[in-house]
Design a protein around this ligand. Structure first.
Ligand code: ZN
Length: 485
């Protein structure tokens, strides 16, 4: 038998967290045909890569990503940091198509550069079903939502996401979410949640709301963080809450992006009464004073106008404090009149490094980017490189084996990707070969769109897409569909 690819003398970090071992890896078609620990045996292969002195890991899996495969199928931002699979449909928002199968087929037709996992978005289901902003769905709304969710799961979605800080998910009650969780559970799926609230004062109740859905299906905290929270002990309190739930039989995990500024639509600063479906101009006229005060308090609470960096539009690259000085008016006026709830995206410096690092170290927490090819936040371009460069090598807060597990095996197991995320005979050949000390992030808050470097070889579905640090112009990813058996 002649194999397609032989990678010799690699130091294999297999994605399970176990210590690295020497092996030769053989690939045939899209599959890891053999993991041979006896490196003295010779095999015939069309192509051989000498990986002496390099590590070999599964391709990284991004638990929470954004982007449209039809618009940016290259996904070079992800690929350049070793990501070979991304999970889309996040924060409650999935492609707005009643027929999810058609969308999946069009992803395959465009041939994305990375594999795509899709979750059905609860907010999108609310809009498509006609439930929209109703706090209590009618029985007819429920059956529409249940039908859409069932159909999405049958098409191959890996579960449902919620985005309860966004509209219209904001309007939904816990009972609705638990009812939908039953469907997700019956299809062996996972609920990933951008929870109702991530603030220090209220995060416990948001976690408890998610854990209640956990009696019906596994649940997962998206981009776990404590806004305004401080210190390692605060992280431990929350992690203990999750541990107690686990002891009661609830499956709960979380993902994490390794930066202390969040990034989202500026709407997150505005009160719900000023957002859709309300008419913003009317609100400014009738409740302007109240809104001005609300925004002022909100920004002061969020570490002040210096801690909000605008990422899009005419004020891109400036903090709210800088814009206020330039326009010679108070920052709350700038927000209310010059930007508005849908006028920009921003980076918000609202997290504590010590607290966040304690969250990252937890064995049930995996890595994500929460980024996209166009998002002006370093997490879009650097997260997975930073994991190795900063957390493993510079700060040494975890081993490389553990970091790789958080970027591969743990994630695959959590989302139910049975044939990826580990180096094992018979699994799909998504593989990276690299020297950890050469992995670098180059992105910054000021100049975010800089690709990471250092992954010498990238293999997706058995095909080399990067060799000797050179990308080939070919896309080898595909739509991954969940099969329930
Ligand atoms: Zn989110």
């Amino acid at each position: 038998m002649t194999y397609d690819l032989l990678i010799t003398n690699a130091s294999v970090i297999d994605g399970t967290g176990k210590p690295a071992y020497k092996a030769n890896i053989l690939i045939k078609d899209d599959t890891i045909a053999l993991v041979e620990r006896d490196t003295t045996i010779s095999y015939s292969a069309t192509k051989t890569i000498d990986a002496h002195g390099l590590v070999l890991t599964p391709g990284f899996i991004d638990a929470h990503a954004h982007g449209d495969p039809m618009e940016t199928p290259e996904f070079r931002n992800f690929l350049s940091m070793g990501i070979t699979t991304i999970c889309l449909g996040q924060d409650g928002f999935s492609p707005e198509h009643k027929n999810v199968r058609n969308w999946m087929d069009s992803v395959d037709a465009v041939k994305p550069a990375v594999n795509i996992v899709l979750f059905a978005g609860h907010n999108t289901i609310r809009m498509l079903s006609g439930t929209k902003y109703k706090p209590i769905p009618t029985e007819k709304d429920f059956s529409e939502m249940e039908e859409l969710l069932t159909d999405a799961m049958d098409a191959g979605c890996y579960g449902m996401t919620t985005g309860l800080e966004y509209n219209p998910g904001y309007y939904s009650k816990s009972a609705e979410l638990e009812r939908l969780a039953k469907i997700v559970g019956s299809k062996k799926g996972l609920i990933m949640s951008h929870m109702r609230n991530e603030n220090n004062e209220t995060i416990e109740s948001a976690i408890d709301e998610l854990l209640a859905q956990g009696q019906y299906c596994p649940v997962h905290v998206s981009h776990i963080k404590v806004v305004y929270g401080k210190g390692k002990e605060r992280a431990e309190e929350l992690l203990e809450r999750l541990n107690i739930a686990r002891k009661k039989g609830i499956k709960v995990t979380a993902d994490f992006y390794p930066y202390t500024a969040s990034y989202t639509s500026i709407e997150i600063l505005f009160p719900d009464w000023a957002k859709k479906p309300h008419n913003y101009d009317e609100i400014v006229k009738s409740r302007g004073e109240e809104l001005r005060n609300f925004l002022k308090q909100k920004i002061i609470h969020r570490n002040g106008p210096e801690a909000t960096l605008i990422g899009t539009g005419p004020y891109r690259g400036k903090t709210l404090a800088q814009i206020a000085t330039e326009l010679k008016k108070p920052f709350e006026e700038v927000l209310m009149n010059d930007i508005g709830p849908y006028g920009a995206y921003g980076a918000y410096f609202i997290m504590d490094e010590e607290l966040q690092e304690a969250l990252l170290k937890d064995p049930y927490v995996m890595l994500c980017t929460d980024g996209s090819p166009s998002m002006n936040h370093p997490r879009s371009f650097g997260s997975f490189a930073k994991m190795i460069e900063t957390f493993v090598l510079k700060k040494q807060i975890m081993t490389l084996e553990e970091a790789v597990r958080k970027m591969t095996g743990l994630t695959a197991e959590t989302i139910g990707l049975q044939d990826r995320g580990k180096i094992q005979t018979g699994l799909k050949a998504d593989i990276l070969v690299f020297n950890p000390s050469e992995v670098k992030e180059h992105t910054t808050y000021e100049n975010p769109q800089q690709l990471s470097t250092g992954f010498n070889y990238i293999i997706i579905n058995g095909k080399l897409v990067k060799e000797n640090n050179q990308f080939y112009n070919k896309r080898e990813g595909k739509m991954l569909r969940k099969t329930v058996n």
